[in-house]
Write a protein that binds this ligand. Structure first.
Ligand code: NOJ
Length: 592
């Protein structure tokens, strides 16, 4: 399959000289070093383990890897509490191991994105230890935000409502309150202090010099607080982001900034600036609405949110995701929508945390393959760059009995061997236990088995990713909704250059018929991107389609001339990817 010129992913080399907008064509795989593979059998995943598994990531067809924080940390917030920004947590390896990993990823054409977590540090960071002892008003003290009374900025909401009661915490050493938007062991840095900005630039340059291709900017809406505001998205925060962008561009114009700004649409868009802030931002407004649309069997929530977030600067792109390492956040939906989501997807209190749902994709969808494929078809075809959370490609489950969001951060399930093939350590030494329940546990759900079964979710994901990679329209194309009367069916066009792709998805679990107004494309012939089946020609009259429950189509619309010239060989030729011979079960029919 990899010799096929239409699969542009495998052999691409990284060109570091000029901005390529590579992120528009990318598919990002999000993973955690500690969760992926343990090479030294101490129970914790590490960089050598991740490097060993790069073949797997490459074979999936993704083009970039986003790593959760891997820096020294007390790990009270899974590494988002950093105590040293310019080193690797010894549990995960060394800086040399990181270097080797980046080189190996680049050699495969895979880019590497890491975290920039600078809204806050760990309270164990030397800057905080110094600040709490420094004289009031000194630059060292002012690395953080202090108060005598703990009453300032009282319009700011509390984000971790299950564990915090205030954004201020008393520090007996400093004899003052310090500001924190997250856990009370994560004091917020003070971005009004130029020394903090200088340190952030140093951190950026340190990792840029090691070859990273991008940064996910953690918690950016909260960088700066101002009295009389809710402390989110204040104009000065955007000024800081422009500075970060300028610094990154100076060093590597091809490096990408990806904003984590969990905000309403109108407040998320400004993170792109005029194309001079973040290149990408997670599409937080869209994510929950995809789940609502599937639950309600109604395309309206998706259409409304996408239509209100379509206009981005030319060099910017949404990052679309279904699930990630956090709870499925419901902070930015209405109360009715949140109640609906809780009732539908998280009936048990244990499945909820803060204002969200702590479940993986497969468990949210009761392991229903059709809905998993349907949502992935949206992930890979809506406007934006898809971000795939490790393990979701095999339908991994979660463990709701673990604390906080560890529920969805369990070891990657490689095989039915002990510890899911993740580590040969004693199970008691694992950083977290692998999922073991009969439906989603590693004996039922694992890479080794799914590689061998042609119709497995893993092989379906490899296929859909290859189809997406073969058509730039998905990453770069214009986007237009069709508005069929049947609202259970979501239909849209992706157009780039000569290419027009029609995507149709049935959000209902039963068969649906739909009539699409494609009169401006009359004469075109739709061809299925997966198997090459030619459909009836489009006429001026509404185009009728029927779809089975939760089915979807990706149809390229061939112009009449193109259709004629291809009539000898109608195959779009995006056949199911071949299973590597070594993974094939003896006697299994070859794919295609
Ligand atoms: C956002 C991260 O995604 C989350 O995991 C973390 O807890 C908060 N930032 C606070 O650092």
């Amino acid at each position: 399959m990899q010799d096929d010129p239409r699969i542009r992913i495998a052999a691409r080399t990284v060109d570091r000289r000029r901005p390529t907008l590579w992120y528009k064509d990318a598919i990002i795989y999000q993973t955690h070093v500690r969760a992926f593979f343990d090479s030294n059998n101490d129970g914790v995943g590490d960089f050598p383990g991740l490097t060993e598994k790069l073949d797997y990531i490459e074979d999936l067809g993704v083009s970039a890897i986003w790593l959760l924080p891997f820096f020294p940390s007390p790990l009270k917030d899974d590494g988002y509490d950093i105590s040293d920004y310019c080193a690797v947590n010894p549990a995960y390896g060394t800086l040399d191991d990181f270097r080797t990993f980046v080189e190996a990823a680049h050699a495969r054409g895979l880019r590497v994105l890491i975290e920039l977590v600078v809204n806050h540090t760990s309270d164990q960071h030397p800057w905080f230890q110094r600040a709490r002892r420094a004289p009031k008003g000194s630059p060292e003290r002012d690395f953080y935000v202090w108060s005598e009374t703990g009453h300032e900025y009282d319009e700011a909401r509390i984000i971790f409502i299950d564990s915090e009661i205030s954004n201020w915490t008393w520090d007996p050493i400093a004899k003052a309150y310090f500001w924190h938007r997250f856990y009370s062991h994560q004091p917020d840095l003070n971005f009004d202090n130029p020394l903090v900005i200088r340190e952030v630039k140093n951190i950026l340059n340190f990792w840029l010099d090691l070859g990273v291709d991008g940064f996910r900017l953690d918690a950016v809406p909260y960088l700066i607080e101002r009295e009389g505001t809710d402390g989110e998205n204040v104009p000065e925060t955007h000024r800081v982001l422009k500075m970060i962008r300028a610094e990154v561009e100076r060093r590597n114009p091809d490096c990408v900034l990806l904003a984590e700004a969990n905000q309403m649409p109108k407040d998320t868009l400004p993170y792109f600036g005029n194309g001079d802030e973040c290149h990408m931002a997670f599409h937080f407004p869209l994510m929950p609405r995809m789940f609502i649309a599937v639950a309600q069997e109604d395309s309206t929530p998706i259409i409304e949110v996408v239509e209100s977030t379509m206009r981005l600067p030319e060099n910017c792109q949404w990052a679309i995701f279904l699930r990630n390492h956090d709870e499925l956040t419901l902070e930015m939906v209405t109360e009715d929508e949140r109640d609906y989501m809780w009732q539908f997807y998280a009936t048990h209190r244990r499945l909820r945390i803060n204002l969200g749902i702590r479940r993986r994709l497969a468990t949210l969808l009761d392991g229903d393959c059709r809905r998993i494929e349907l949502l992935n078809s949206l992930l890979f075809s809506m406007p934006g760059t898809p971000v795939l959370y490790y393990g979701d490609e095999i339908g991994m489950g979660d463990n709701p009995f673990l604390g906080d969001r560890d529920v969805v951060r369990t070891p990657m399930q490689w095989s039915a061997d002990s510890n899911a093939g993740f580590s040969k350590a004693d199970t008691v030494a694992l950083y977290l236990p692998p999922v073991m329940d009969p439906l989603f546990g590693y004996q039922a759900v694992n890479v080794e088995v799914q590689k061998k079964i042609r119709s497995s979710l893993l092989n379906w994901m490899r296929w859909v990713i290859r189809v997406r990679n073969a058509h730039q329209a998905f990453g770069r194309g214009d986007f237009r909704f069709l508005h069929p009367e049947n609202r259970k069916v979501l239909a849209y066009l992706r157009c780039f250059g000569e290419e027009t792709i029609l995507c149709v998805a049935n959000l209902s679990e039963t068969m649906q018929a739909v009539q699409l107004d494609l009169s401006d494309l009359a004469g075109c012939i739709p061809i299925d991107l997966f198997g090459g089946c030619l459909m009836p020609v489009i006429e001026a009259a509404p185009y009728p389609l029927t779809l089975g429950g939760h089915a979807f189509y990706w149809l390229r619309l061939l112009s009449p001339e193109e259709a004629r010239s291809r009539s000898d060989n109608p195959q779009e030729a995006m056949d199911r990817p071949e299973l590597p011979a070594k993974d094939r079960i003896q006697g299994q029919r070859p794919s295609g």
